[in-house]
Design a protein around this ligand. Structure first.
Ligand code: HAM
Length: 431
């Protein structure tokens, strides 16, 4: 038997009802904050990720699904341009959004672009609860020219305030916000130098990944998950000691605005996030119901990303929610997904199917969700089917009912049964 590939999963009803409810609520929040949807391709030129997320990150060095497309037929068919022969399933969506921003000259609008996306991402990680090889992100980015205020700490605060609202509205309780600043490129250069010096006498005791990273990108040593390396990692200098004056002020202003709107956070100076494009504010929201993979979402500022992809100066900030994890966290709180269908319409006796179909059509067009039974069912079986369908009401349709334009309607929860005229049926079922 062929099964879903390791690290991928089928999402089935009733869980998908919860997924859809969350997505509808999230789209509503985005609309109120004036975000608009962007849809980028699921695969991109591999270089997009190596140049933005970073060669030395776990994502790019170990976790991408990459394949080479060589040979002339594709090129002749115009599927690929001559250079892009290495393709990668997107491991994240910020790079794709910024690529699209540059490609379509969105900076020329001279305003902030507020863009959101919902879709699958792919990373070859070791699968476990809350960690999959195909997973879903709900993300958003604010990006634009500095003249439109894209660097302002107000944007950081607005993003974080929206996330607090969004998580509250989808019903997640007891989330925690962890906040840090990783400074600007110059701060990072000084910090990397300090890390290099601190690592020099001890790095030979560390894993081979760290030995390489100490040379190429010391910051990434902080991502090391090898237990034996942790005592060394914990003693390394902290980024906060290397922030310059403007970055310190920026971070202070973000925190002051969060305080002013009453959003609680903890400063976590160890949180540098596993992607190279971040500058200044970085953050994660965690939830206790998730176990080891406790980050429901992560994000931060990326003021140099557009330029590193040969685009215009276009600072930005954004986040991605791990939708799989958000759903797990909601389920850990006992969230029940199933929405009940309002009416189950049961034919009583031969020749009633067409009447059932017509009545169901009327009700559905009036906005009532309805399911239908079959005239071959006995009344008892119809009640069982209505229960299985998860209906609130059963409506009995027999010859007498059709002639009288009046139907027996039973509330399946309370057991109460009443006669309802056809004209009042939709209103009755809506109650
Ligand atoms: P990230 O921290 O790599 O950031 O991923 C964001 C979230 O996606 C994580 O907090 C987690 O909830 C979820 N996630 C990541 N990997 C997996 C996985 N294998 N299985 C299930 N869930 C996962 C980014 O992707 C950045 N692009 C976020 C961002 C947007 N920064 C600025 N703008």
């Amino acid at each position: 038997m062929i099964k879903a590939v390791r690290g991928t999963r089928d999402l089935l009803p009733p869980d998908t009802d919860l997924w859809n409810r969350v997505e509808a609520q999230v789209r509503d929040v985005f609309a109120r904050y004036n975000y608009h949807e962007i849809r980028t391709p699921i695969f991109e030129d591999t270089q997009l990720f190596s140049r933005s997320v970073g060669e030395e990150t776990d994502i790019v060095s170990k976790e991408m699904f990459t394949w080479e497309v060589a040979g002339d037929p594709e090129r002749v068919a115009g599927i690929l341009d001559a250079e892009s022969l290495s393709l990668t399933l997107r491991p994240e969506n910020t790079a794709g959004v910024v690529r699209a921003y540059i490609q379509h000259g969105l900076d020329r609008a001279g305003k902030l672009q507020k863009l959101y996306y919902i879709g699958p991402q792919f990373r070859r990680e070791r699968p476990q609860k809350g960690r999959y090889r195909q997973f879903y992100q709900i993300g958003a980015e604010i990006i634009g020219p500095p003249s439109a205020g894209s660097e302002s700490p107000l944007r950081d605060a607005e993003v974080l305030e929206m996330l607090a609202t969004l998580l509250d509205e989808v019903g997640l309780r007891d989330w925690q916000l962890q906040l840090n600043s990783v400074g600007c490129a110059e701060d990072r250069a000084r910090y990397n130098q300090a890390l290099r010096e601190a690592l020099q006498p001890v790095v030979h005791l560390m894993c081979t990944d760290c030995q390489r990273r100490a040379q190429t990108n010391p910051l990434r040593v902080l991502d090391c998950k090898v237990p034996e390396d942790q005592p060394i990692v914990e003693r390394l200098p902290k980024i906060s000691q290397y922030l310059d004056e403007p970055c310190c002020v920026h971070f202070q202003l973000v925190r002051a605005m969060l305080d002013a709107v009453g959003i609680a956070y903890t400063i976590n100076e160890r949180m540098v996030r596993g992607l190279d494009y971040y500058t200044r504010t970085t953050f994660e929201f965690t939830h206790g119901g998730l176990g080891a993979q406790s980050a429901v979402l992560g994000g931060g500022r990326y003021d140099g990303l557009s330029e590193s992809l040969e685009g215009p100066k276009a600072p930005g900030i954004g986040f991605a929610i791990g939708e799989d994890r958000l759903i797990l966290a909601l389920q850990s709180q006992g969230e029940k997904p199933a929405e009940k269908v309002q009416a189950y319409i049961a034919p009583l006796g031969a020749g009633m199917n067409v009447h059932v179909l017509k009545l169901a059509r009327e009700l559905r067009r009036a906005g009532i969700s309805a399911d239908i039974g079959d005239e071959t069912f006995r009344l008892k079986k119809s009640f069982e089917s209505a229960e299985k369908a998860g209906a609130r009401f059963i409506v009995i349709v027999g010859e007498n009912e059709v002639a009288a334009e009046q139907f027996a309607v039973k509330n399946l929860a309370s057991g109460e049964q009443v006669q309802v005229p056809r004209a009042e049926l939709a209103a009755h079922l809506r109650k």
